[in-house]
Design a binder for this molecule. Structure first.
Ligand code: 1GP
Length: 253
């Protein structure tokens, strides 16, 4: 229960976290140790590993490298039950509650359950909500679901409330990897206002300003993937933004 408890404690203390999404298809293993050193130096809190589509199956190698070079937890972010790697530290057991595809609400979970029970992975039951983001994202296409409207905060709020009532322990608002528009602040604030669970926000966060806006609106964890792949300087920039946010929260408590 380590990661779930840590996230809940940080939420209570109004401390924010920074997660870097690692797409197994895009890792250059020759420069990866160097990247991992930078991630440690800049106090990345978590690695999310996976995505809706994995074409080069290198999850085991990716997790092994993370464990060899860092103490940052590797948390699986699976697209389906094929993406389970038992050597990781935890798994976001995503129920795609913004959609109405039963396979991703419960079907894949039934298949995964006995495998997860045998593993030592910490299970993080997560209400996963896709938000409309300007263009069709891979996750929306692959999941065969319609994302929530970006201008209807009440839809997001009621969805998250229902997820929390069902016992899900984390909420994840995602505009989808490489989204044209990140999750709007109004949606983040609406979910934050009606739930107690830690709130993860990602998709299309590719500037320090967008990261700051998401944190200010109520995100507890921000996830950045594509942005860092395209611009390595974004890692220190966002890390700085999370740290300054945490520093300010210490001053205001
Ligand atoms: C996608 O939230 C993650 O599921 C991260 O998205 O790659 O756009 O940063 P990006």
């Amino acid at each position: 229960d380590k990661i779930a408890a840590l996230l809940q404690k940080k939420r209570t203390e109004q401390k924010k976290s920074f997660a870097v999404l690692l797409d197994p298809d895009k890792i250059d293993f020759s420069s990866f140790p160097d990247f991992l050193r930078k991630a440690t130096e800049h106090k990345v809190d978590f690695f999310f590993v996976g995505g809706s589509l994995v074409t080069h199956y290198a999850l085991d190698r990716l997790v092994a490298a993370i464990h060899q070079h860092t103490t940052i937890p590797a948390i699986l972010f699976p697209g389906n039950s094929l993406h389970i790697e038992p050597s990781a530290d935890a798994i976001l057991l995503l129920s795609l509650i913004s959609g109405r595809n039963p396979e991703l609400l419960i079907g894949q979970h039934v298949i995964a359950a006995p495998v997860l029970r045998q593993s030592r992975l910490e299970i993080l039951p997560t209400g996963y909500m896709l938000v409309e983001s300007g263009k069709l994202t891979t996750v929306s296409y692959i999941s065969n679901t319609i994302p929530m409207p970006h201008d209807k905060p009440s839809v997001a709020a009621c969805t998250a409330m229902a997820g929390e009532m069902l016992g899900l322990r984390l909420m994840y608002l995602d505009a989808g990897s490489g989204a044209q528009y990140a999750v709007p602040d109004t949606i983040i604030a609406a979910v934050r206002a009606v739930t107690q669970t830690p709130l993860i926000v990602g998709g299309g966060i590719n500037t320090g300003e967008k990261a700051y806006a998401a944190l200010e609106a109520g995100a507890d964890v921000i996830v950045v993937g594509n942005g860092i792949e395209h611009n390595p300087l974004l890692l220190p920039e966002i890390a700085q933004c999370v740290q300054s946010f945490n520093q300010n929260s210490i001053n205001t408590i």
